[in-house]
Design a protein around this ligand. Sequence first.
Ligand code: ADP
Length: 442
Amino acid sequence: MPNSLARYPEYNQIIQSVLKADALLSGQKEVLELLAKRAPLFQVLHRLVSIVEEQYEGTFCSILLVDNVQKTFKAGVRVEYEKNYCEEETGVSILPPYMGPCCMASHLHEPVLVSDIENDDRWQAPWRDWALSNDLQSCRSQPIFSSTGEVLGTFAMYHKKHVDPASTNLYQIEVTSHIAGIAIERKLIEQEELIKAEQARLLNEELTKSIHMRDEFLSIASHELSSPLALLKMQTEINKEMLQEGELSQEDILTLLDNHATRIDKVIAAVRQMLDLSNVAEGKLQLRCHYFNLTEVLHDVSDRLQPLVKEAKTSLNLHSEAEVMGYWDQFKIEQVCTNLITNALKYGDNHPVNIHLSLQDGVARLEVQDQGNGIAACDHEKVFQRYERVVSPNSKKPGLGLGLHIVKEIVQAHQGKVWVESDIGQGARFIVELPIDASHIE
Ligand code: ADP
């Protein structure tokens, strides 16, 4: 039989073509099975490329994947010359001047044919040198399209001899590109699904955390509001009885009323913080700015806080330039000063609190420094977050964990900055910097 066939070379050729077609077909079947088994993308592409190379002697194939955002090749598969596939970013730009035919094919969305690599001056030297050093004479690069017509990559066939890329293996190239397209598109869909699942998980985590924080806040808030009010009520009843029994002098009554006023102020401050928080949270922090002297406001605030200073058995030392004029929301900046000074009195371990206000290069700088236990460096960011407190659970110092968060929101709304410089046992210095003209941000 072989002898008789040798006499008819055309039959031999037909049989060879049939065998080749058969091998290609069973190779493609194998690739489709890999796809159905959800094999990794690069395993599928690697096999796809190897099948073609095995059947066409002197042919080298590659599949490159395009990053359509960066306009680069992000990864590729080459078998013959690199013996392996790579998944790392290649980063080669697909834009002109084109590095090679695959860049051009993916950018122009059409096949690129090169019948004589050596004498084709469309390409830059590195690509041509690489091709010639590997004995490659001609090639065809075919864009791989998605089902919606987007270019996902390229499938290229290189030949070690001069062949006319317009007429060779067209059917094979189209089938291979099509299968590669299905594999790449499926991978992209899988990646998208993974990203969506991860986003949903993060959202869920965030939501659970918010609900937990809200519950914790509600319990602290109700404690913060109900305890002082219950105490106040109890004291008022005791004082009423004492008054009826004639046990109180006018001086005693004045002292008691002062104490009651301080307690009521604290409740008012807590309620105000909650209202401020809801404004901040709903993005309602609208500024109503006008020119005013921050020095005067600071003096007013420290006068108003004298009952707290008295209660902390300490003093407030205020050093300020006579006039620090700025275009700010007065009510909100008062709130910033109040929160920082109140904290310095609360956490300052009964030591004097120093306040310093200055103006330099169009920026007002307020420093509130206490000599309390301070804040560890790792908590400097945390104390400005909503509901965050870094006091020990059995601390006697009440609070909602809102004051500094509100300070930060107000300062940032004025395009300013606030931060703390402190360490454990070193006291804390809170610094606010406000540009004096916030008119452009209203
Ligand atoms: P609150 O005082 O109501 O807890 P804040 O938002 O004002 O809430 O402060 C957040 C946390 O930052 C406080 O709980 C406290 O742990 C810490 N903190 C704030 N100011 C000081 C300070 N001057 N010294 C030490 N710690 C402070």
